[in-house]
Design a protein around this ligand. Sequence first.
Ligand code: PMT
Length: 400
Amino acid sequence: MQPLEGKKIVLGISGGIAAYKCAELTRRLSERGAQVKVVMTRAAKEFITPLTMQAVSGHPVAESLLDPAAEASMGHIEIAKWADLVLLAPATADLIARMAAGMGNDLLSTFVLATDAPVAVSPAMNQQMYSNIATQENIATLRRRGMLIWGPASGEQACGDIGAGRMLEPMQLVDLCISHFQPKILQGKKIAITAGPTQEAIDPVRFISNHSSGKMGFALADQAAKLGAEVTLISGPVNLPTPSNVKRIDVLSAQQMHQAAVEQATEHDIFIGCAAVADYRAAEVAEQKMKKVAGTDELVIRMVKNPDIIATVASLSENRPFTVGFAAETQDVERYAMDKLTRKKLDLICANDVSQTGIGFNSNDNVVSLYWANGQQHFSLASKQTLAKNILEQINELTQ
Ligand code: PMT
């Protein structure tokens, strides 16, 4: 089942340059099962045509309050009642101001007054207009009235300025829509998650690490936030954007991750150790770049054990969170996973076979088996996002 199956979304487009992204936004929403109907302001039509929006949404576009033909087929009050969610993207400073003032002087603003569906506003405007006190107060007013404010992003703007005011990208808006409709089974829960590899320095330019990309841990953080949890992500060095509504702490080495985990663990209800932590680090880190030694073909680096982060958390005597580990195995997956479950005193372990190509390290998919004291659950090949949701649903059941 698609995540937006059966959801009715009204996309309200006002006149900003970001309106050109609305065709893609509509397609991505439709691909995920949503029905999309479009309402446009007069100015929006200067940036994208109603014909384009009709073609991608599969529905006629509502654009005028005083169009008898459109009102006869489906009037603005009916569309307002039809919607499960109203997404205003891009929402210009003008539209935001008119909504804050409660005006109904065109179809879109009238429609917003007439709907009792949740309204999400995705601001898009020049950075100076965005930071203007009038706009800020208008946005605060909308927020106070219960509207959802999604964005804006920061960056280079169409006018050449740099700053806050860019509309969120279509996929970010799609993700927020999905998250909006998801039941918030983890509402009120605080979850800390470790992700990615650690880097163990040998000298100022070299380190020992592993192939973890962070995708599994980031998927867990993303899904946990979408399910309503307050999420802290302790991440090793990875190349991934921070999921929405997730607090991120960046670390490099196992010792740094250990320190961050110990500081965070007791503040959280659930701790998930998904990071591929290096078991050993160099006993001495050379201060200068190591040189080749003439007359020998060997280099011996003495290694010492790193602290076991998940075992430390699981052994906490006070405010111990429900502790979930991962087991990356290449053989005898169940036996080794069960051994780690008991040896590290975990509540749950998620085992994955990292010897197979296409799953485990640095892939988008995985296969995961969960083991706990008196149960187990196998999840076959699926995306890490899907598996993350499955794992969190199981954790939620076990922590009821
Ligand atoms: O990041 P991706 O590319 O998406 O790949 C995902 C993954 C394969 C890294 C992930 O699914 C996974 O299996 N993570 C755990 C990797 C690992 O280190 O497994 P392990 O069996 O060596 O360790 C067992 C548990 O102890 C893990 O929860 C690990 O985080 C923890 N550990 C290990 C050593 C240590 N010093 N401290 C720890 O906390």
